[in-house]
Ligand binder design. Structure first.
Ligand SMILES: [Zn+2]
Length: 392
């Protein structure tokens, strides 16, 4: 019994410290009384835990202002530069690397073009490792201050075993990141790109995010991250949320996953670009010209309208299956929110017997296309901030 009690106290201490550090991350600075009141824990508990967190370097305390007699008020501050984290986002054509502090302030960023061929993924990792080594050197950061390197990957991921099981859009399968660990000076973490985005959206944008959230990452394909009560829902085999590959058209367009008629073949950014390039005999790789054209050109308008029909159909299926409080859309398309928001919402909430506009809040990400990369940098910070492993 004695042992059990000791473990419980240690667990409670760790939980209290995570709650204090998460609260101070959000509020930046508070008095010990304010911490005690907000978290509903005793002042002595706050004092002892704050002392330990100061020793660990995450917090400091300072005297502020004048007091009217008695002791001067002491505030506890969060120190965002106490640790750093690397985030790596791997997409079909590019690799993006960032170094951030605990406030997600990007200290340095690198981006390079990448081509993925079977059995050549190792060479990409070697480039990433060299870039990270250079960033550490040029910024003169002690290695013990770096929590790790987090990877956002466009595919099915077993984050515990560091295994990228399948990434159809990169044409790679069964890549074990444990094999790369020996080459890096800090721990590696991996996560599906949409799940990492959902983490970032709910953690960094905490004021906007409600109880349940589906994050829709509309890029080369469509990734979805599902968060329920602050936990990522992954499913029994850790592949929940593959909405991008739900069948939208029976025997439809051939998808990289092997199936036909998947949603992402009609509603991803690539799908829209393909329709546009085919219709106008162009080879654009971004949506800027097309979206501009869609304001006046009838043909472009029709392509966009057809695209939004498909996008809305998938979102309607998500609302019917998960009934989430909010759906957040991210990707290049979110830059053109003002052009598509009203039409998209009308299509999603057209008259039906199940739900209306007030039942689900559909919006665009405030992280301006950075959710996946910031989410990757958040992965090494998970142990520091989160109370649970946040996986269901
Ligand atoms: Zn597919």
């Amino acid at each position: 019994m004695h042992n059990l009690k000791a473990i419980d106290q240690e667990t409670i201490k760790i939980l209290n410290q995570k709650r204090i550090i998460q609260l101070l991350y959000r509020k930046k600075q508070l008095t010990k009384q304010e911490i005690a009141q907000t978290l509903k824990i005793s002042i002595p508990t706050v004092i002892s835990n704050v002392r330990e967190l100061i020793e660990q370097g995450f917090l400091d305390e300072t005297v502020v202002g004048e007091s009217s007699g008695g002791r001067k008020p002491v505030i506890v501050r969060f120190l965002p530069d106490s640790k750093y984290s690397f985030g790596v986002l791997i997409t079909k054509h590019h690799v993006r690397i960032i170094l951030t502090n605990l406030n997600f302030h990007v200290i340095e960023e690198k981006i390079f073009h990448a081509v993925y061929k079977v059995n050549e993924f190792n060479s990409i990792i070697t480039i990433i490792k060299t870039e990270i080594d250079n960033i550490i050197k040029t910024n003169n950061i002690p290695i013990e201050k770096i929590l790790g390197v987090g990877f956002s990957l466009p595919g099915t991921v077993n984050e515990e075993n560091l295994l990228l099981k399948n990434a159809p859009n990169l044409n790679i399968k069964n890549v074990c990141f444990k094999d790369f660990q020996k080459d890096f000076p800090v721990p590696l973490y991996i996560e599906n790109e949409a799940n990492a985005s959902a983490y970032a959206e709910s953690f960094i944008n905490f004021n906007h995010v409600k109880n349940s959230l589906v994050f829709l990452s509309i890029t080369d394909g469509i990734g979805t991250g599902i968060m329920i009560s602050d936990n990522v829902y992954k499913g029994y085999n850790r592949r929940a949320g593959e909405f991008g590959h739900m069948t939208m058209v029976k025997d439809g367009r051939q998808c990289n996953c092997g199936k036909k008629g998947c949603w992402e073949m009609y509603a991803s950014k690539n799908a829209l670009l393909e329709e546009y390039n085919k219709a106008f005999n162009t080879k654009d790789t971004n949506l800027k010209d097309f979206m501009e054209m869609s304001k006046n050109n009838v043909k472009a308008k029709a392509i966009l309208n057809n695209y939004l029909d498909f996008l809305a159909e998938g979102i309607k299926n998500i609302i019917l299956t998960l009934d989430p409080e909010c759906i957040i859309i991210d990707g290049e398309i979110s830059k053109y929110k003002s052009l598509i928001y009203t039409d998209l919402k009308n299509k999603i909430f057209e008259e039906n017997n199940f739900y209306d506009k007030k039942d689900c809040h559909v919006s665009f990400s405030n992280l301006q296309g950075n959710a996946a990369i910031l989410g990757s940098a958040l992965l090494p910070m998970k142990k520091l901030f989160f109370l649970s492993e946040r996986i269901v």
